[in-house]
Design a protein around this ligand. Structure first.
Ligand code: ATP
Ligand code: MG
Ligand code: MG
Ligand code: MG
Length: 480
């Protein structure tokens, strides 16, 4: 089954169960300042869950464009390293707004997976929220999943990847306990079952999350019960496609095959001499490029342009990360924008904005690429020399210089370093950044005192920090 058919089968299945098929909302959320990019199918229904908005239906189903490259759900660093994470992906979902709850949600999910998609039951594992006896009983007694394939999982706060069966859209907003369905890709692949110490391998892959929306979390972390218990689910189209197409990694599905080939030839055409002939088709860098063109193209299609703050900076980070991977494979001239056309060919039918915007998206990305190609070679030279002599850490001053002078976002520098098993001194980077911010502020004050124009850098900075601050660290900040 091709990805396009899977998408349609999902929507039709839920339409047959009384769900309204609703179009994807843009990747840029309409008026939600708590959210950088749409990160789940439920985002467009947030106010319906909260009881602030009403729809003419109580059941809906969507295929939602999602981006997870900043904020609470950030998978940027996973891309290229796991078989299952993208920055951009499509989330298939069914929603109940105070209509059905746990029992029907679980039954529907099981019916779709085992009857419609005909997945073997013994390959499916489920997790439930540790205290959710009700969900456990439904899975075990009503659906018949044996106890050895049902895992109870708690909040696991703080664990980087570990399963977490309490789903939250962000630090605030609708949330609730969830039950997740995993597919066992077989013993040839490393990784333990959900909840086990080595669960983060790619053998047992989470395909579907069913969230029982019950609370609204406020800024103080207090949980307020929602007006009506509801259901929000999300299944990654690329992950279920991998299962149904009998491949392991998302990158092996039909949707990606042509895109990877296009990435290879675009990079090859930008590689001087005959170097392009030798590019390994399985290179993780090609996967990163194929992934990132989707995130970049959809983001530009929805109105974002590369810039130095907020969404524009996330776009810039993703684009430059992709360009650096092309550079690593040998590209010395712009290649990335050439992937917009093959992408529009692959996904333009489902998402016409790609076809309509093809020229503009290509042009926007080309400009960004031309700009970065002016500094990347010098920046890479500096980074390479900082990485010489088996250092364990690249110092913060160098990382900051790369950021400030050569346009290397911190995560790009970290990505290069990670390939060589080296860390970046993020504290030192932030210190250098703060120092420069202070200097800029002082200069601004000085100018004001002199009666000159105020440069206004401080506000720029706060806007970005507010949006992308990711609890543990300031991923990247901008001061002009
Ligand atoms: P994981 O634990 O694998 O990171 P998750 O628990 O963070 O996934 P959810 O927030 O529960 O994911 O999202 C619902 C579904 O969306 C997942 O079950 C998965 O199928 C899909 N999904 C989530 N993140 C990604 C991603 N970065 N790329 C592709 N699919 C994803
Ligand atoms: Mg995740
Ligand atoms: Mg998970
Ligand atoms: Mg999940």
């Amino acid at each position: 089954m091709k990805a396009a058919e899977i998408r349609q089968t999902f929507l039709n299945f839920f339409a047959s169960k009384g769900h309204q098929i609703v179009s994807s909302s843009p990747v840029v959320p309409g008026d939600d300042p708590t959210l950088l990019f749409t990160n789940a199918g439920m985002n467009q229904f947030k106010d319906v869950f909260l009881g602030f908005d009403k729809r003419p239906y109580t059941r809906a189903t969507t295929s939602q464009k999602c981006i997870r490259a900043g904020g609470k759900h950030n998978d940027l660093e996973n891309v290229g390293y796991t078989a299952r994470h993208h920055t951009f992906f499509e989330m298939l979902g069914n929603f109940s707004f105070g209509d059905y709850f746990k029992r029907d949600a679980i039954q529907y999910a099981w019916e779709l997976l085992t009857k419609e998609f005909k997945l073997p039951e013994e390959k499916l594992w489920v997790t439930v929220y540790a205290e959710d006896d009700e969900a456990y009983e439904i899975w075990n007694k009503e659906v018949g999943v044996p106890a050895e394939r049902i895992v109870r999982i708690g909040d696991n706060k703080g664990a980087r990847y570990a399963s977490d069966n309490f789903w939250m859209m962000g630090d605030t907003g609708p949330c609730g306990p969830c039950t997740e369905i995993f597919y066992d890709h077989g013993p040839e692949i490393a990784g333990g079952p959900p909840g086990s110490p080595n669960e983060d391998g790619d053998r047992y892959i989470e395909i579907w999350n069913n969230v029982f929306m019950q609370f609204n979390r406020d800024e103080q972390g207090v949980m307020h019960p929602l007006p009506k218990p509801s259901v929000d689910t999300g299944m990654g189209l690329e992950r279920i496609a991998a299962v149904l197409q009998h491949v392991h990694a998302n990158y092996e599905i039909d949707l990606f095959v042509n895109l990877l080939a296009a990435a290879k030839s675009a990079v090859a055409s930008a590689t001087p001499s005959a170097g392009g002939e030798n590019i390994d088709s399985n290179s993780p860098s090609l996967k990163v490029i194929a992934d990132h063109i989707r995130a970049c193209a959809f983001t530009v299609a929805d109105g974002v342009i590369p810039g130095n703050e907020g969404r524009g900076y996330v776009l810039r980070r993703i684009a430059r990360r992709a360009i650096r991977h092309g550079y690593k494979l040998g590209a010395r001239t712009p290649f990335f924008h050439k992937l917009v056309a093959p992408l529009a060919k692959e996904m333009g039918e489902a998402y016409p904005e790609l076809r309509q915007g093809e020229q503009r998206i290509t042009e926007v990305l080309k400009q960004e690429e031309e700009r970065f190609f002016q500094t990347i070679a010098n920046g890479m030279e500096i980074l390479d020399s900082a990485l010489a002599n088996n250092v364990a850490v690249v110092d913060g001053e160098t990382a900051f210089k790369l950021h400030d002078t050569y346009g290397f976002p911190l995560d790009l520098t970290a990505d290069v370093c990670r390939e060589r098993g080296v860390k970046v001194d993020e504290e030192g980077f932030n210190a250098a950044m703060n120092r420069q911010r202070e200097q800029a502020r002082a200069a601004g004050k000085f100018k004001m005192a002199q009666g000159l124009e105020y440069s206004g850098t401080a506000t720029t900075f706060h806007g970005y920090e507010h949006l992308v601050h990711d609890s543990a660290k300031v991923t990247a900040v901008y001061v002009e």
